[in-house]
Design a protein around this ligand. Structure first.
Ligand code: ADP
Length: 501
């Protein structure tokens, strides 16, 4: 084990006092400067090397707690938010969060530091589980888990490069679970293939097996990794589609699509619930001007973001996504043959929405604030886990409902080239507390922009910063498992054309 600790530095970095008070004796800090030998073709730290460092720091922390040698049992999903360049410093902190009889959960935080600008930023965080290793004389030494993970990343990168004929960037890894040990003297066999290529990302699966002399192959680990290919501007390139092999290839192709949805749901629902930021603002009539102004400007700011990416398209209806820190937003856009001012009047009449949007079971006006601002109560089927932890589909089947209290603010354009705006956000009203039989849903920012286009048509865009209550609907579409966005939008466009006069 001593070789693992040799590259681990104790770092003095002006810790805040309160952290000193909560000093955890298992905490391990490691700093590494990224050298060319650690980097990939883009002069960025290779993920394999980073995993080795993360595993070393975490293992040392587990061993400090256990007082005996430990091995990696699993490492949770990791999303890489940033890459790290040669010359920058990687700071890794690992500490035991919880300990059970023979296993421990270690939290790992990875930050990057730019020495010249003194900037620090978060690269990723992960949770790993370590188990204590029973030592008996004559037992073989286990291969270091971080090394196996690094090799798995290498073969996955080769598979991804072959499909894209470019150098791919690893964005996320699904949980690594070690099924058994591999020991010094074993031969390792690593197999990787692209299971599915989506528009901007691909899923590569890797399987690691070990064998010893004549013995059978033992399954050591399997992992699924998401890669992108970035262009010179750092934007993901469109990838070639794959034609899966019959049987196994077909099965993996479909499973990769299902995993894409699960990944989106897990990443964004988990990050939102962990933050526990209330999404509703209390409704206060004396503050109405600000609340309405902020409602509209939040939607305009969301619409103006430059990193919207086309996720799928069907018959001119486009579904875009925008990933920001812990939020996933989506936009559905299409041109309709209805004048913009008319589309605006029709869409602003939120109480008509149940006639075209099957998710809206009910929509009642509860307060007319002024000519441009309204408060509605909207009822939709619930997608949230019920009190008994019942899953989403079962909730819908059981007819569990959720309600939203929404402030709707509509604004006409100030000048030519400006869109009409209908902004929606949740507010809390003392007269309408959450009631029995309804899960209270919340919307941070949603709504329509309507832009006049040539020939008296309009470009309609619907935005939603997906909260846990809406995410499961749309992640099914984003993953390509359904196209309900398309059907809803068609229904909206029919409603507009039917009432265009
Ligand atoms: P599954 O096949 O159910 O996905 P496995 O654990 O067998 O689960 O394999 C994990 C991943 O490893 C697969 O999804 C695939 O991407 C890759 N893989 C497995 N076997 C092979 C193989 N013979 N050649 C190339 N890649 C493979």
């Amino acid at each position: 084990m001593s070789s693992r600790t040799s590259d681990c530095l104790e770092e003095e970095d002006g810790e805040e006092e309160e952290e000193e008070e909560n000093y955890n004796p298992t905490e391990v800090k490691m700093s590494q400067i990224v050298m060319p030998c650690h980097s990939n073709h883009r002069q960025e730290l290779s993920v394999g090397q980073l995993l080795k460092w993360m595993d070393s720091a975490a293992c040392l922390s587990a061993e400090r707690h256990a007082g005996s040698p430990c091995v990696t049992a699993s490492m949770d999903d990791i999303h890489f938010e940033h890459t790290i360049s040669v010359g920058q410093v990687v700071n890794i902190r690992a500490k035991v969060n919880r300990a059970f009889n023979t296993s421990m959960e270690v939290g790992i935080q990875v930050n990057c530091e730019d020495l010249f600008s003194d900037r620090h930023w978060r690269v990723c965080h992960a949770y790993a589980t370590f188990v204590t290793q029973r030592t008996s004389t004559g037992q073989k030494v286990n291969t270091f888990g971080g090394q196996i993970m690094a090799w798995m990343v290498n073969v996955a990168t080769i598979a991804a490069s072959r499909l894209s004929q470019a150098h791919p960037t690893l964005r996320a890894i699904d949980m690594f679970t070690f099924r058994g040990p591999s020991q010094v003297g074993d031969r390792l066999l690593l197999k990787a293939i692209v299971n599915n290529a989506f528009r901007n990302s691909m899923e590569v699966g890797v399987r690691a097996e070990a064998y010893h002399e004549e013995g059978p192959n033992r399954h050591i680990n399997s992992a699924f990794m998401t890669f992108e290919v970035l262009d010179d501007g750092g934007k993901p390139r469109t990838l070639p589609r794959i034609r899966p092999e019959p049987l196994e290839g077909q099965r993996r192709f479909q499973e990769a699509t299902a995993r894409k949805k699960i990944r989106l749901d897990r990443k964004y629902i988990i990050s939102r619930t962990q933050g526990e930021v209330p999404l509703s603002v209390p409704w206060d009539p004396t503050n109405q001007v600000y609340l309405s102004f902020n409602n509209v400007s939040a939607l305009k700011m969301l619409a103006a973001r430059s990193s919207w990416r086309l996720s799928c398209e069907k018959d001119q209806v486009q579904l875009y996504t925008l990933e920001q820190k812990s939020m996933l937003s989506f936009k559905i856009e299409c041109e309709v043959d209805v004048p913009a001012h008319r589309a605006f009047d029709l869409l602003a009449e939120l109480s008509n929405r149940p006639s075209w949007d099957s998710h809206y079971k009910k929509c009642e006006l509860i307060q007319l604030v002024d000519n441009d601002d309204f408060i509605y109560r909207v009822v939709t089927p619930s997608v949230r886990h019920g009190a008994m932890g019942s899953p989403t589909a079962a909730n819908q089947a059981k007819g569990i409902l959720q309600d939203f209290i929404l402030l709707a603010s509509k604004r006409k354009p100030c000048g030519s080239g400006d869109p009409y705006v209908i902004a929606l956000r949740s507010v809390s009203l003392p007269t309408h507390p959450p009631t029995e039989g309804y899960n209270r849903g919340e919307v941070l920012c949603a709504g329509f922009t309507i832009l006049e286009t040539k020939d008296n048509k309009s470009l309609i865009s619907y935005f939603n910063q997906a909260s846990p209550e809406v995410l499961p609907y749309i992640s099914t579409d984003i993953a390509g498992l359904s196209s309900s966005f398309y059907h809803t939008f068609c229904s909206c466009s029919q409603y507009l054309t039917r009432n265009r006069l």
